[in-house]
Design a binder for this molecule. Structure first.
Ligand code: NAG
Ligand code: NAG
Ligand code: NAG
Ligand code: NAG
Ligand code: NAG
Ligand code: NAG
Ligand code: NAG
Length: 311
């Protein structure tokens, strides 16, 4: 659009002015116009930076189909959809969005989107309008000038998951798991179907005690401490809440980032997203889109040429 506008402006004004026989003036105007347009483009690029919508890429790296559920998921296809192994979906969250993202497994939805799931069930609809049933691993987001995000296993674990922030500024560290707790679930917490562990329940859900649920005399960070159960969660998912008053470093902040929520991925894995039709992968200092800055030489070249013509 900018390029079209640029060509249009140049042709209109150059021709009008050359009729006044002041070619030098015409060139000067077009130089000024070009310069102005370059600055407009740079300015609009920085406006994009502070824009508060965020792109979310939800990736299924699992070997099975999953049905992500999202609360306050109006901008996420209404709060639910399916992802086959290897598939991903990209959504744009509205400014200031806050909510949860988790996976449902073992679902059986009919063509109307009615059905239920083995884990993470949020009712009988493909679109979730309430949180999923425990046990389920979940990502929590609170977007603003600074975005807060974390992975929580306080309600148990059903799938390994990570959240990566790309192209942001601030801490922006990757949160989540390095392994699959279903293989290391303490036997008294294991939820099984057909002899297979399909999820790992939280000690709070299983024993319903003040100590495990951080209630009553255990209702503050000073008294509610890690237990042998929460430690087994922490071991597999070091950057996740393993109980209600877990180390607050599990909560991470980042500004202006796009997010990748990947199921069955580990923190050290490279994950990619599509944003503005560009493939973006995590890198230590943010991502480098393949075509970033292509317009700088394209616009600078004619400008330099024109300066040469005038002088
Ligand atoms: C889920 O919500 C989306 C968006 O509102 C809608 O298009 C879709 O039909 C809904 N699906 C079901 C099964 O209700
Ligand atoms: C199934 O879905 C249809 C269309 O969304 C809805 O009208 C109907 O009530 C649902 N049936 C059940 C049993 O939930
Ligand atoms: C990354 O950030 C730059 C600005 O720093 C922005 O121009 C670019 O569009 C962003 N890329 C993606 C893929 O978000
Ligand atoms: C990532 O971590 C997992 C488990 O922690 C390990 O098995 C794997 O080799 C690591 N991969 C890379 C690329 O470092
Ligand atoms: C955790 O501790 C409780 C009692 O303190 C014990 O009964 C239970 O077996 C322990 N569980 C694990 C996984 O070590
Ligand atoms: C980001 O926060 C995490 C958890 O609080 C911390 O371990 C890490 O060192 C921080 N990274 C940076 C670059 O500040
Ligand atoms: C993405 O992040 C992981 C872990 O921080 C790192 O091992 C990997 O090399 C990164 N990928 C790229 C393309 O930089």
């Amino acid at each position: 659009m900018y390029i079209l506008l640029y060509k249009h402006l140049l042709s209109c004004c150059s021709s009008q002015l050359s009729q006044t026989e002041d070619r030098r003036m015409a060139s000067l105007v077009s130089v000024l116009l070009t310069t102005f347009l370059i600055f407009t483009i740079i300015a609009s690029a920085s406006v994009n930076l502070s824009e508060s919508t965020r792109s979310f890429t939800i990736v299924n790296d699992c070997k099975e189909t999953i049905w992500p559920g999202i609360t306050h998921g109006e901008s996420f296809n209404g709060g639910g959809f399916s992802l086959k192994p290897g598939q991903s979906a990209v959504y744009t969250a509205s400014p200031g969005w806050g909510g949860r993202i988790w996976a449902r497994t073992g679902c059986n939805f009919d063509k109307n989107g009615n059905g239920t799931c083995q884990t993470g069930n949020c009712g009988t609809s493909l679109n979730c309008t309430r949180p999923g049933n425990p046990p389920a691993s979940l990502a929590e987001f609170s977007l603003g000038d600074v975005d807060f995000y974390d992975i929580s296993l306080v309600d148990g674990f059903n799938l390994p998951m990570i959240v990566k922030a790309i192209n942001g500024t601030g801490n922006c560290s990757t949160v989540g798991c390095d392994g699959d707790l279903r293989q290391n679930c303490p036997s008294d917490l294991a939820l099984k179907a057909n002899g297979k562990v399909i999820a790992c329940r939280s000690a709070c859900e299983v024993f319903d005690s003040d100590e495990y649920c951080c209630r009553g005399t255990y209702g503050n960070p000073g008294t509610c401490l890690a237990t042998n159960y929460s430690k087994s969660f922490k071991q597999v998912c070091p950057a996740a809440y393993s109980y209600a008053f877990d180390d607050p470093t599990s909560l991470t902040t980042c500004s202006g980032a796009d997010f990748i929520v990947a199921f069955c991925a580990s923190r050290n894995q490279t994950v990619c997203s599509y944003h503005d039709k560009q493939l973006a992968c995590n890198q230590s200092k943010g991502i480098r889109p393949i075509s970033q800055g292509w317009w700088v030489p394209m616009l600078a070249l004619p400008l330099m040429f024109k300066i040469l013509v005038i002088f």
